[in-house]
Structure formats: C-alpha cells, structure tokens
Design a protein around this ligand. Structure first.
Ligand code: SF4
Ligand SMILES: [Zn+2]
Ligand SMILES: [Zn+2]
Length: 306
C-alpha cells in the first residue's frame, strides 16, 4: 500500500476516497478536509473567537489540533460530568478525571486556554445522580446538560461560535436515528452550522464532519496526541451506537455510503426540513431558548435541588 501523494509507505487506507496516505500526507489530507468543511458551509472566519467543547477523546483533541494548525483562535472548555468507573489497575481514576487530564496536558503542552466547568460544583449534581433521579438513560441527561452548559459558557465568554467535535460517523448516526423515527423537528435542526438566535443561542459549528471516526483516531496516533481510549462507562442505552454499527456494516459493503447519506441529505433535502424547527421562546428562569416556559435544563436543576 503506497501513499497517493509521495508513493512512500502508506499508514492508512481510506476506502471511500480510494486512497492511501503516509503519516505526513494523511495529516495534510485531514487538515484539508476540515478546511473544506469550514469553507463549504461558511462556518467561521479567522477573526472569530472560537470555543471548543473538549472531552479528552480523539475527536475533540484532533479538532483542537487541526483548528490551531489552520491558524484559528480556539479556547477549550471541559465539562466535568462526575462519571466514575475504574479504568485500569495502575490508574484507578474515575473516567471523568482521566478525560480531564488528557485535555489539561494537551492544552498546557501547546499553551492553549482551557476552562474547566464542574457540573457538581456549579449546578449541584453529577450525570450519574441525574440519571438515577430522573430514571432516564444517562446519555440523555448528559446530552441535555452538555448542550446547555457549553452554550452558556460560550455566551459568558462572549465567543463568536461554539465548535463541536462531531465527526462523520456521529452525524450520519444521528441523522439515521432521526430518519428511522421520522423525527422531523430534529432532522430540521441537523446542520453543520446552526446560526445564533437572538434569544440566547450561540452559533454552533461542526468542522469535523468530513472525517470519519477511524480517521480522527489515526490523526491523533500519527501526530502523537494522547487521548482517552476507554469508552464512557455510562454509554449503555445510547441509541447512536447501534446506528453506528449498522452504518459501519453498510460502509463495509459500499464504501462511501456514510458520506453519501449525510452529504446527500445536506445537499438535497436539508432545506425541506428547515421549517420544521419549533418556535423558541426565552426560558423565564435562565434566559436560554426553550419551547416551553422553563427550559429542560432548569427543570432538571430544580428537580435535582428538591
Ligand atoms: S457516553 Fe453518554 S453519559 Fe457518557 S459522556 Fe457520552 S453522552 Fe455522556
Ligand atoms: Zn506521502
Ligand atoms: Zn432555563
């Protein structure tokens, strides 16, 4: 297997591009994919101050690395969720602690600014506690909390946009899940750029959507970026994982299927669903957008305090 560019020994093959790359040219390819996503969807400019939600995993750290390489000004924010679980006998730390350490090392090695928000200290509960109290799947309360708190952090820091490290697999799996349910409101909201709204929503962008999960992992390994490889111990019940498995089977038989599914939707059908989005008003308690009087996060917070 030879690199498409230099004919040297290839380190990774990408079937959907029918190409293989050596470490140097794979890195250049990955950076170009992010550059193209930003340009095609008019995501951000070099003048924008960006805030990136980092989890310590491969996607968000690869995203941070690529965006800084491209010359964007990006600060990171890590949300300490209070998720436990023994990782290994040597380390023995809770999942959240280890994830945070990867983010801290990445930021300090490169002189980047990282804000840590502790869910428990600031809001009085952890994800495991909220999942037990509400009897909801942990990922459901976790997703709700992350969306809310990251948006608030970007507003508080007066950033121009919030960057999320969602990759091609994540976005294709979300779309697949919503299409299988014909959940048109959610389909209407799925786009690589969600504009700011006057009532407290910051612009949200996803520049990693042209890179698949195995490519962000390869990017980190080939560029010496240490990341959390263990899966979150609370992942059970996450429907996205099933969708990813199905899409991987499809991709195996038809390379490029994931990309065609997601980008075909964005090019041909996204406009048809954009009017399906619900009318948002302002939460009477916190000022963030909501469809009711009080937003879902404030309701969760009130319940956890009771
Ligand atoms: S797997 Fe679920 S609970 Fe764990 S960090 Fe991700 S969204 Fe949160
Ligand atoms: Zn090469
Ligand atoms: Zn609220």
């Amino acid at each position: 297997m030879k690199c498409r560019v230099c004919r040297g020994k290839a380190a990774i093959k990408i079937r959907r591009h029918n190409a293989a790359f050596c470490p140097e040219h794979f890195t250049a390819h990955a950076v170009r994919q992010v550059e193209k996503a930003i340009k095609d969807f008019d995501m951000v400019t070099f003048e924008d101050r960006l805030l990136l939600g980092v989890s310590g995993g491969k996607d968000s750290l690869a995203m941070w690395d690529i965006l800084t390489r491209l010359g964007y000004s990006v600060d990171g924010v890590y949300l300490e969720l209070g998720i436990g679980g023994e990782l290994s006998e040597e380390e023995g730390h809770a999942y959240s602690d280890v994830s945070r350490q990867y983010c801290e090392s990445f930021a300090s090695d490169r002189g980047l600014k990282l804000e840590i928000i502790d869910l428990s200290t600031r809001y009085g509960f952890t994800i495991p506690e909220a999942a037990t109290e509400t009897r909801r799947v942990p990922c459901s309360v976790c997703g709700l909390s992350k969306r809310y708190i990251l948006n608030q952090a970007a507003l508080d820091g007066e950033y121009d946009a919030l960057v999320m490290g969602h990759n091609l697999d994540d976005e294709a799996a979300t779309l697949m899940g919503n299409v299988l349910q014909w959940n048109t409101e959610y389909i209407g909201r799925q786009h690589p750029v969600l504009p700011a709204s006057g009532n407290g929503l910051i612009r949200k962008v996803k520049p990693l959507i042209r890179l698949a999960e195995r490519e962000t992992a390869a990017y980190c390994i080939l560029n010496g970026i240490d990341y959390e490889v263990e899966e979150c111990p609370m992942v059970e019940g996450n429907t996205g994982i099933k969708m990813k498995e199905w899409l991987n089977e499809l991709e195996e038989r038809a390379p490029g299927a994931k990309h065609r599914f997601l980008f075909g939707y964005l090019e041909n059908a996204a406009d048809r669903f954009s009017s399906e989005q619900p009318h948002l008003t302002t939460c009477q308690s916190c000022g963030q957008p909501t469809i009711g009087e009080t937003c879902a996060f404030c309701r969760l917070e009130i319940r956890m305090k009771a």
